[in-house]
Design a protein around this ligand. Structure first.
Ligand code: SF4
Length: 401
């Protein structure tokens, strides 16, 4: 039965190739970012806080911090990656500690509600007919005033989302769908995010209509995933934190050569080829510049010569230069401010079809962006053939740290 989780769906949205490596090829990776490591330890500590409370044990802040320190040390390993070179593991450990201290002080003595579930597993059908199911774990489920259910989620990210982003967040809304009907007498469900590094709580809720819209959108996303045959890599700012860089065609060379000593690094075949390529391109650019300057000088001299001599053909040893000077009409190009007015004028005159032309490049872009109805796309695609396109684009790397 196809089962999806929120993080699985998010992975696809971030990068389809990462999705393929993680969920289709099921490649096991051992590395973990320090941000994820710190987040897990803070989650473990808050879970302990509420788990102990269930058996009436209220940990002191010192006890909790000792637990945090202990699990930090116990789980620490050399495969944890610190991407930001200006920060140390200790900086991140302290940040996690700060999250716990602020959380503790804000909610002490933790009597805001009854804890119904910790790491509560939800598993429910998104679409029974097609057999799509959703699974996930809720950090904490709390009952307030016997009829209000709160879904709590802890975040340790260093970015605070806007209220608008939270209102359209998928994760907790899916969890709301998952807990619906699980407990009796619930009249209201609240979604609560704890942005721990900001010591902030953000609230939202969903109407049945909003949940239905989310269900539809999630189904569309799942169908898109299932129809994908390419799972193309989508490079972005999060690539540095991607655990699959060593398997990704966009990054694996960088990872492979990253640890080579400088003398071997420069000899590596790919590195050497790119360096040669860039050097040649630069030489070509300089040569072109030089030749262009010379050509412009000669052209100017030829025009001047032809004008002085009042001739239109100048003869060399094996070639003749035919000089043509004429006045031509020039109409505004696409980015010219007056172009829109010109377009309107021609459209209004009913002559647009005489001058417009299908732009195959633009057509391919629109089809790729899925901007048209699938039925039309399928018909248009009958005219499409596949050909290999090759290119090398050179981009300057950021300074190596
Ligand atoms: S490194 Fe970037 S492009 Fe490659 S799989 Fe990861 S997220 Fe995708």
């Amino acid at each position: 039965m196809p089962t999806y989780s929120h993080s699985q769906l998010s992975t696809y949205e971030t990068c389809p190739h990462q999705y393929r490596l993680a969920y289709i090829d099921k490649i096991e990776v051992e590395t973990e970012s320090i941000e994820a490591f710190m987040g897990s330890r803070v989650h473990d500590t808050l879970e302990k806080l509420y788990r102990d409370l269930k058996v009436t044990k209220l940990n002191t802040l010192e006890e909790l911090l000792a637990f945090y320190q202990q699990i930090w040390e116990k789980n620490w390993n050399d495969l944890i990656q610190i991407i930001r070179k200006d920060c140390s593991a200790e900086d991140y450990r302290r940040l996690g500690e700060k999250c716990i201290i602020e959380y503790y002080n804000r909610y002490y003595p933790f009597d805001q509600g009854k804890t119904l579930g910790l790491e509560e597993y939800v598993y429910f059908p998104l679409e029974e007919e097609k057999g799509y199911w959703i699974r996930g774990f809720i950090d904490r489920v709390t009952l307030v005033d016997s009829s209000i259910l709160e879904i709590h989620d802890y975040k340790t990210s260093n970015r605070l989302p806007s209220q608008e982003e939270v209102e359209s967040d998928r994760q907790l809304a899916l969890y709301q769908m998952g807990v619906g009907g699980k407990w009796q007498g619930i009249e209201e469900i609240r979604l609560i995010w704890h942005y721990l590094t900001f010591d902030m709580e953000i609230h939202s809720s969903r109407t049945p209509e909003q949940l239905e819209q989310l269900r539809q959108k999630t189904l569309e996303l799942i169908q898109r995933i299932e129809a994908d045959r390419q799972f193309l890599p989508k490079e972005g700012p999060l690539c540095d934190w991607c655990d699959y860089q060593g398997f990704c065609p966009k990054r694996k060379h960088l990872i492979a050569v990253g640890n080579l000593p400088p003398n071997e690094y420069l000899k590596e075949e790919g590195v050497a080829l790119v360096n040669q390529y860039v050097e040649m391109k630069e030489r070509k650019r300089l040569l072109n510049e030089e030749v262009d300057t010379e050509l412009t000088k000669i052209e100017k001299a030829l025009y001047a010569y032809a004008q002085i001599e009042e001739i239109e053909s100048v003869f060399g040893s094996d070639h003749v230069a035919k000089i043509k000077i004429e006045m031509r009409e020039k109409y505004p190009l696409k980015n010219d401010p007056s172009r829109k007015m010109l377009d309107e004028l021609i459209k209004k005159a009913g002559k647009w079809m005489e001058v417009s032309d299908l732009n195959p490049w633009m057509l391919a872009r629109i089809i790729g962006r899925r901007g048209w109805p699938p039925s039309l796309v399928n018909k248009v695609k009958e005219f499409c053939s596949i050909e290999e396109s090759r290119s090398i684009t050179i981009t300057k790397l950021k300074e190596r740290e």
